[in-house]
Write a protein that binds this ligand. Structure first.
Ligand code: AMZ
Length: 361
């Protein structure tokens, strides 16, 4: 399970609120960039940035801090708070935000969520922030007439690929997460769920992982020291999937994809390169046949389902920086759709032989 440190921004500072109450604020740093660098140096693979002024005002107010954080860190960031138009989504994506988080518009302008998902896919997350079952909006200052579970179903119907669920009564309280609500959502909804609110120990993280949460947002606990981020990341990465691949370490890009090279397990010949998303990888693990994700058709494909030229996967390796997979395969026939054994059957011209000679060691 992914652990995502939160940086809540208010007036350019890094703060935490108690149950989202703007009157109950603790300032943890005047320098959000140094906080971001700290969480990155402790091993975080992603940051969760919330523009609290933006959430209350209805438009981004801490863009400067967000830009500075993006420029300073190497890891992707997801940003929420005040994103109420497609234009704002685009503005944030254009400055390097990996994923945008929509809250209020999920209740007030669902058609905008639909459009955004159609255009930006995995780069759109909907945050469902609930207090006593009811979803809150506009900086959590307003209560809607929709329950978390109803909103979740509506959002999936609109094409939302990932949800964050926050229990407002527990947020910033260092008590415990709302495990029941997370379990209910995970069983009800078939997209990844990231849990937030009240997480204050490694045991809480372990339990959320067991319930099937894809990720957990940790806020106050890492600022107070109740959770040591480094230790938590270490503890959670120990969990292995049945076949030994640590899915947690796989760095899917912001479209949820990672390139996978297929190599003949016997001859070492490189056969093809394609992309996989989490679902394709899980299907590969479950079936032993290679599954990929087609970026042009925007769907999963089982290699060989049409041609009969399946790739039977013997082993999956991940590279040193965890952003490329190597599938050692036993091909049932030619891997390339042209009928060639490998997709790499053409030599690209232009490399001068003279250059090759002079470059020889
Ligand atoms: O703490 C709060 N009062 C608060 C908060 N953390 N209010 C909103 N938010 C977060 C939501 C979500 O990630 O959890 O802001 C985002 C939603 O913002 P908007 O502007 O889309 O409703």
């Amino acid at each position: 399970m992914e652990i995502i440190p939160a940086i809540d921004l208010r007036n350019g500072r890094c703060v935490r609120l108690y149950q989202g109450d703007y009157g109950k604020e603790t300032v943890f740093s005047d320098d959000p960039v140094s906080m971001a660098l700290r969480w990155q140096s402790e091993g975080a693979k992603r940051l969760h940035l919330i523009d609290l002024d933006g959430a209350a005002k209805g438009e981004p107010c801490n863009l400067d801090s967000i830009k500075k954080i993006i420029a300073a860190v190497k890891i992707p960031v997801q940003v929420g708070g005040g994103i109420r138009s497609l234009k704002t989504v685009e503005q944030l994506l254009s400055i390097g935000v990996g994923r945008t988080i929509l809250g209020t518009v999920a209740v007030e302008k669902p058609e905008l969520v639909k459009k955004a998902c159609k255009k930006y896919g995995e780069q759109i997350i909907v945050s469902i922030d609930a207090k006593d079952r009811w979803v809150a909006t506009r900086g959590w200052l307003e209560k809607s007439k929709v329950t978390a579970s109803e909103l979740a179903t509506r959002m999936i119907d609109l094409g939302v690929r990932r949800l964050i669920y926050t229990d407002i009564s527990r947020d910033g309280t260092l008590t415990s997460p709302n495990f029941e609500a997370v379990a209910e959502l995970v069983s009800q909804i078939n997209v990844p769920i990231i849990a937030a609110g009240g997480i204050s120990s490694i045991e809480h993280l372990a339990k959320l992982s067991k319930l099937g949460a894809e990720g957990a947002i940790v806020g106050k606990a890492i600022y107070t020291g109740d959770i040591n981020l480094k230790e938590a990341l270490k503890a959670m990465s120990r969990k292995k999937t049945p076949k030994g691949l640590k899915l947690e370490i796989v760095k899917f890009d912001d479209k949820g994809l990672i390139p996978a090279i297929a190599q003949d397990a016997k001859t070492g010949e490189v056969l093809m390169v394609a992309y996989v998303n989490r679902e394709a990888l899980e299907k590969t693990l479950a079936t032993g046949q290679a599954w990929f994700y087609s970026r042009s058709r925007k769907e999963l494909w089982n290699k060989g389902a049409t041609s009969g030229n399946y790739l039977y996967v013997k082993k999956i390796l991940i590279d040193c920086d965890e952003d490329t997979l190597l599938l050692k395969v036993d091909p049932a026939g030619p891997a390339c759709h042209t009928g060639n054994r490998s997709c790499f059957f053409r030599e690209l011209g232009g490399l001068s032989i003279k250059g090759k000679d002079t470059l020889q060691r």
